[in-house]
Design a protein around this ligand. Structure first.
Ligand code: HEC
Ligand code: HEC
Ligand code: HEC
Ligand code: HEC
Ligand code: HEC
Length: 342
């Protein structure tokens, strides 16, 4: 090489120096190195499209497919709301059809994807890095299809979740801040504790053994079981005074979403079931009275003493409403307590 360089013009030497510099930068800078792996990233998007993830990870795929993450774009409630926003592409769509967040930056505002938008929050959004590798908890097997990278953020994934569920500039969709301020964040609890229950299984069709993983179902406000765990209700009655005690068991502000309403309804019923009195309180973001994690709240029920006699019943019900338009039959009973006046 050396003798040749001597014969080069001065421009040639400068040019060679530049290439050298670029090579040094490439080796030292992971961001630039990543661009080298764009073909791998593209291959993963193609694999997702062609059903490759589904064929090797059928159980996880089925769970994800039924989750709100898979529906984050096609969700009618979302589309109806986004249609009313003129600059939805910069204000809304980036979290409902995002690029992989390991590439755009965990914790940073996601960026809108230009393809496969209807697939919503896909496997790639949470797992694919700029090298085209799959990040996750420790794996038990290798595959020819993708590289596995063990990444500690999956073990307690609150930081991962906060990328979309905890942006300071989008308080409507923030479950993370109230979680971090509450008592559930003190122990080993993370968002996954309640929304991705532990399961032992073969993690892929080519795995050798069953290992611990977590369900990709993310049950939230559409799950009756989840709503029944959200809060407890107590009813006390003494001398014409009834108190309803509400305690939140939810990891974050309750209800978690700003479209939701929880109605506390207390009724006084005659022994034949006739309704004598009714009181309702709506708990929602709009009313600025959502419950904090582990909060205890007492609501007095002012009984008209004249109508309260032995044999009457006080009934307290906690009812969940997904949107202001949810019709009565689709509202969910979260808890119910009755007490007979003796
Ligand atoms: C920072 C990411 C982010 C941005 C930006 C964002 N969303 Fe969301 N959106 C979420 C998350 C996370 C949820 C689920 C949790 C929740 O409901 O708070 C959600 C849920 C929703 C829901 C509830 C859907 C349902 O099924 O009930 C609606 C409606 C919605 N978003 C509309 C919008 C609109 C309109 C915009 C733009 C003004 C927007 N979002 C911007 C992350 C985001
Ligand atoms: C040829 C089969 C095969 C295909 C196709 C495949 N995977 Fe995997 N994947 C595996 C195996 C095997 C493991 C290791 C599982 C274990 O630990 O038992 C794995 C592990 C993973 C992990 C965990 C990585 C870690 O280190 O914890 C993720 C995430 C993942 N795959 C996502 C995907 C996605 C997304 C696709 C589609 C783009 C996909 N896989 C396609 C076989 C496959
Ligand atoms: C890339 C953005 C993004 C990330 C990361 C993300 N989510 Fe979501 N999540 C959403 C969006 C958007 C929705 C709303 C879908 C809809 O209703 O339209 C949602 C919905 C949900 C729901 C269901 C809400 C309901 O109404 O039933 C739960 C529960 C949930 N996410 C939990 C989590 C947890 C736990 C994590 C972390 C492991 C996480 N999410 C990570 C964007 C994200
Ligand atoms: C909202 C983010 C999110 C999405 C979307 C998502 N995952 Fe995961 N995934 C996680 C988290 C968090 C873990 C870590 C769970 C744990 O600690 O075991 C995980 C773990 C895994 C693992 C390791 C085994 C296990 O069960 O823990 C595999 C394999 C995997 N995911 C594949 C997939 C595939 C395939 C898809 C799409 C069908 C997908 N993931 C979609 C967040 C996500
Ligand atoms: C102690 C259990 C627990 C923990 C921890 C927890 N959640 Fe929840 N979450 C619930 C329950 C119960 C509900 C149903 C009640 C409701 O809608 O708020 C829920 C609902 C949700 C919803 C749906 C809200 C809506 O209105 O549709 C989202 C989104 C959500 N959680 C995200 C998260 C995220 C992100 C974290 C981590 C910061 C987290 N959760 C931690 C129990 C928990």
């Amino acid at each position: 090489m050396k003798p040749k360089i001597i014969h080069w013009s001065i421009i040639g030497i400068v040019g060679f120096g530049l290439i050298g510099c670029v090579l040094v930068i490439l080796a030292a800078n992971p961001a630039l190195q990543a661009e080298d792996n764009m073909p791998r990233v593209t291959e993963m998007f193609q694999g997702f499209q062609d059903g490759k993830c589904k064929s090797c990870h059928p159980a996880i795929w089925r769970e994800w497919e039924g989750s709100m993450h898979a529906k984050a774009w096609v969700d009618e409630i979302y589309q109806a709301a986004a249609k009313q926003i003129i600059d939805r592409e910069t204000k809304c769509d980036q979290c409902h059809a995002p690029q992989p967040i390991l590439i755009t930056g965990v914790g940073k505002m996601p960026k809108l994807r230009d393809k496969q938008r209807e697939a919503g929050v896909t496997c790639l959004v949470c797992h694919l890095d700029a090298h085209g590798a799959m990040n996750g908890p420790p794996a038990s097997a290798e595959t020819y299809f993708h590289t596995n990278v063990t990444n500690p953020i999956y073990t307690e994934p609150t930081t991962l979740c906060s990328t979309c569920h905890g942006q300071q500039s989008v308080p409507e969709h923030d479950q993370v801040s109230s979680f971090l301020d509450g008592k559930f964040a003190d122990g080993n609890t993370s968002c996954a504790t309640c929304h991705m229950p532990v399961v032992k299984r073969l993690q892929s069709t080519t795995s050798h053994e069953s290992i611990k993983g977590r369900k990709h179902t993310w049950r939230g406000s559409r799950s009756v079981a989840q709503l029944k765990r959200a809060a407890t209700l107590q009813l006390e009655y003494t001398d014409g005074k009834a108190n309803v005690k509400l305690r939140s068991k939810t990891g974050h502000i309750l209800p978690g979403g700003t479209l939701r309403t929880i109605v506390l309804e207390v009724t006084l019923l005659a022994s034949d079931g006739t309704e004598l009195q009714r009181q309702q309180i709506s708990i929602s973001a709009e009313n600025e009275n959502r419950l904090l994690p582990d909060e205890n709240r007492t609501y007095p029920f002012n009984i008209n003493i004249a109508s309260a006699t032995t044999g009457n019943t006080i009934k307290a019900r906690l009812i969940y409403q997904l949107t202001p338009d949810t019709p009565e039959p689709k509202r969910i009973l979260m808890a119910e307590k009755t007490l007979m006046i003796r």
